[in-house]
Design a protein around this ligand. Structure first.
Ligand code: DGY
Length: 324
């Protein structure tokens, strides 16, 4: 009997690739690499499983893969997939929650520090040879400890961020979620707030929400207008949750002090994006989970998910069809 086929559409560590190759015929083709995109499309009609990330898998693409049973995403976010089509087709979608929580929270908190203390800008100042006397007021940053941190989305990553802020930096934390959840912190350290209240009271507004129809464009000109003067926005979730034009306006003409952005509407960020060299923006190349340890853990989990699901067993974490 011929073996089932798996399409690996992002680079996997050799040990994880070997686990898949032991049981399945593997096609390696990254659709974002021009020389490999034809091989990716050619493989679709024959594949039973796919593993990868950061590529839009839409209805048209799924229609070309009639035998597909499982997609294992090397990500926690599932916004790259047409969930309705997967649900209709009974294709299981697996993802990697949990293993990246602390790493993403580390990065988010580093953006809080870096924007407020102007770390990247000050490093450039030294590198560019401008440091020839003690810095004056124009180059001072702002304190982080004791300031109010607002977290939009209070799942695993939101909790991990709150812990860092409240317990490490003595910051009052406000958080907003759709359904009531306990703060997970000692009494008085973190309070639930309404969306508006959080925007009005927070010195830092950190976005950790999934991208859905409800969160797309959530932060626009009205939201920037009610934010506390001098507030800083950190987006470590998905670019389209924040309206980029409104963000630029708030930075240039409003009272937003700075923005730390690990995610953008279009990624990689186009060279002509006004956000790329904006003096008040700390732009990062979507590196929330990008450490050696965590990317390895994500690849391992995604590989295990794929293998279990293709064997008809329950994966470690699946998103569809049960949770459409
Ligand atoms: C995730 O896991 O969703 C990260 O944002 C990487 O895409």
């Amino acid at each position: 009997m011929s073996r089932k086929k798996v399409l690996v559409y992002r680079q996997l560590p050799p040990d994880q690739l070997a686990r898949i190759q032991q049981e399945y015929d593997v096609v390696l083709a990254n659709p974002r690499v021009p020389e490999e995109s034809a091989a990716f499309l050619d493989a679709l009609p024959h594949v039973h499983g796919m593993i990868g990330s950061s590529y839009q898998i839409d209805d048209d693409l799924l229609a070309q893969a009639p035998q597909l049973e499982v997609i294992s995403s090397i990500s926690v976010g599932v916004d790259k997939f047409s969930l309705d089509a997967l649900y209709r087709r009974g294709i299981m979608l697996c993802h990697t929650p949990g293993v990246l929580t602390e790493t993403v929270a580390d990065l988010l908190f580093s953006m809080v520090l870096a924007t407020s203390r102007r770390i990247a800008e000050m490093a450039r100042y030294v590198q560019d040879g401008h440091w020839n006397r003690s810095v004056g007021e124009d180059l001072y940053g702002w304190d982080v400890h004791g300031k109010t941190l607002g977290i939009l989305g209070y799942g695993r990553i939101g909790h991990a961020l709150a812990r860092r802020a409240a317990l490490g930096f003595n910051m009052p934390v406000l958080y907003q979620t759709r359904s009531a959840v306990p703060s997970g912190l000692p009494e008085g350290k973190a309070q639930p707030a309404t969306f508006r209240e959080l925007l009005m009271k927070s010195d830092f507004v950190v976005v950790v929400l999934p991208l859905t129809d409800q969160t797309r464009g959530l932060i626009g000109s009205q939201e920037f207008a009610v934010m506390k003067p001098g507030a800083i926005l950190i987006n470590g979730a998905r670019g389209p949750i924040v309206q980029e034009t409104a963000l630029l306006h708030a930075l240039d003409h409003g009272t937003l002090r700075a923005a730390g952005l690990d995610v953008f509407d279009i990624e990689p960020l186009p060279l002509d994006s006004p956000l790329r060299n904006h003096p008040k923006v700390l732009p990062l190349p979507h590196i929330g989970s990008a450490t050696h340890e965590t990317r390895q853990a994500m690849c391992e989990m995604a590989t295990t998910n794929l293998l279990l699901a293709l064997q008809g067993k329950a994966p470690l974490a699946s998103y569809t069809p049960t949770t459409k």
